[in-house]
Design a protein around this ligand. Structure first.
Ligand code: FAD
Length: 457
């Protein structure tokens, strides 16, 4: 007889695992099926390994600047094998933690590749044995893959994706990064600080093009200080490979590099057979969902990178909360994606939540912008981390803060606080920012944006 579960989740990345855990916590018998490792892209080839490498790079950078703070560190050099061992150990430890958490949540974890046969039946080869699982509801959380440029296919040796870039056996002497988005810029910081000659080639006119222009300019300036060459408005046409790479640009220029990392975005990964079997409605490569995370097939939900909304782990977990609630008899919606913070862990960090000034302008909204400067903040000066700014945007018709963008130390931590300051004046009135803290820069920005209205009512 087939095993039966109230809910079966396919994919144990951050989205699928969170959904499965919540369903189990809400009393549903739940299984999660995973073909590779618990934690998905995020834990194994994404968020965590990249932040582990960035942590080593950050410390190295700090050590090299220690003299500015009156601390002499005669030599600070990377021990790459140790850095890589640490990456592996961190992943292994967190995977173990996830398995423990599955057990304590009474969640059934099945290793194998799931093949959906109908909205209530899934075939899986677990431990080499084929079995069929009956499901009351199905949640699809199959993730995404790196986008490949057809004229520069990945070979895993010279032309690599982020997956290989996180686990290179040696620090390359030189690296060209095709694409100046989130992953490209984070990896540029890692390898530039580790000693590689890094060049970013971006087809658009600026790095990090999803944020406002001032953000790109500030990051580009700081990248220059790290020795990263930034070439914007340039297209890569081909790569000649001969042990290393010669990257040819449409402009006629060419750059020699040991490694060529192509990071031009990610695309939802959904098995075409699944789409055909369920007659799933799609949105390009991604599964189409409504605000309740329902697909067009009753009883089948989808979330995370597979639905192509945020391509962020915490976007996936936010969607997972909604999908899990609805798959277990609840009634929830995710209505405002702009409130899911965007984060980039570069040097300096970048984060934003709500609407930016340029997005407001494009939508024809009238705004007032308040700015806080790290260079004017006592703690930032003491830390020797002065290259940052925070901008808060007020919609002057609504008299509300509608968005906050941060560049600088701790930006990715402060964005959660920023989220709580969006809306009316009430939150900022009730918060006393401790002194001296870097977060006072946020107070300056929000006060600047609210201006006199803060003291009117
Ligand atoms: C280098 C890099 C750095 C990143 N850094 C960040 C960051 O700092 N912050 C952030 O928020 N996001 C970051 N991301 C993005 C983040 O990793 C993803 O948004 C997140 O992992 C999406 O979660 P998910 O659960 O939707 O899918 P995934 O994590 O991709 O998990 C999907 C899982 O489904 C499994 N699967 C697929 N098909 C089947 C099947 N048929 N049967 C069984 N299992 C299946 C896969 O094996 C996979 O484990 C980063 C990504 C990369 C590549």
């Amino acid at each position: 007889m087939a095993d039966r579960f109230d809910v079966v989740v396919i994919g144990a990345g951050p989205g699928g695992f969170r959904a499965a855990k919540r369903c189990a916590q809400r009393g549903a018998s739940t299984a999660v099926i995973e073909k590779e490792f618990p934690g998905g892209t995020c834990l194994n080839w994404g968020c965590i390994p990249s932040k582990t490498l960035l942590a080593s790079a950050h410390l190295l950078m700090q050590a090299r600047k220690a003299g500015d703070l009156g601390v002499d560190i005669p030599s600070a050099t990377p021990n790459w094998p140790k850095i890589q061992q640490r990456r592996e150990a961190i992943i292994a430890g967190l995977r173990k933690g996830m398995m423990g958490s599955a057990k304590s949540s009474k969640l059934t974890y099945i290793e194998g590749t799931a093949r959906v046969q109908s909205p209530t039946q899934i075939a899986v080869d677990a431990d080499g044995k084929p079995q069929t699982i009956e499901a009351g509801k199905i949640i699809l959380a199959t993730g995404s893959e790196s986008i490949e440029i057809p004229s520069i296919p990945f070979d895993g040796k010279v032309v690599i994706s982020s997956r290989e870039a996180l686990a290179l056996p040696e620090i390359p002497k030189s690296m060209v990064i095709v694409g100046g988005g989130v992953i490209g810029c984070e990896m540029a910081c890692v390898y530039a600080v580790m000693g590689a000659k890094v060049t970013i080639v971006e087809a658009l006119e600026r790095l990090i093009p999803m944020e406002d222009t001032w953000v790109s300019r500030l990051v580009e300036r700081e990248f220059k200080g790290l020795g990263i060459d930034v070439m914007t408005g340039k297209k890569v046409t081909s790569v000649d490979r001969n042990g290393t790479g010669k990257v040819n640009l449409a402009s006629g220029e060419a750059i020699e590099a040991e490694k060529v990392l192509v990071s031009v975005g990610r695309r939802a990964s959904v098995d075409p057979k699944l789409v055909e079997t369920l007659k799933l409605e799609m949105n390009g490569p991604a599964i189409k969902i409504n605000s309740r995370m329902e697909t067009n097939v009753p009883g089948v939900y989808a979330l995370g990178d597979a639905v192509g909304t945020t391509y962020l782990a915490h976007g996936a977990t936010a969607e997972a909360e909604v999908a899990a609630a609805n798959a277990t008899g609840g009634d929830e919606e995710l209505l405002d994606y702009s409130m899911i913070p965007r984060v980039i862990f570069t040097f300096p960090e970048v984060a934003s939540v709500g609407l930016s000034e340029e997005k407001c302008k494009a939508a024809g909204r009238k705004t007032a912008v308040g700015k806080g400067f790290y260079r004017a903040n006592g703690r930032s000066v003491a830390h020797n981390e002065t290259g940052g700014q925070i901008h808060a945007v007020r919609d002057t018709d609504m008299n509300e803060i509608v968005g906050i963008t941060l560049v600088g130390e701790m930006a990715t931590e402060f964005v959660t606080l920023a989220r709580t300051l969006i809306g009316t004046c009430e939150p900022i009135r009730n918060i006393t920012f401790p002194h001296p803290t870097v977060s006072e820069t946020m107070e300056d920005a929000v006060h600047g944006a609210l201006g006199p209205i803060l003291f009117e009512q």
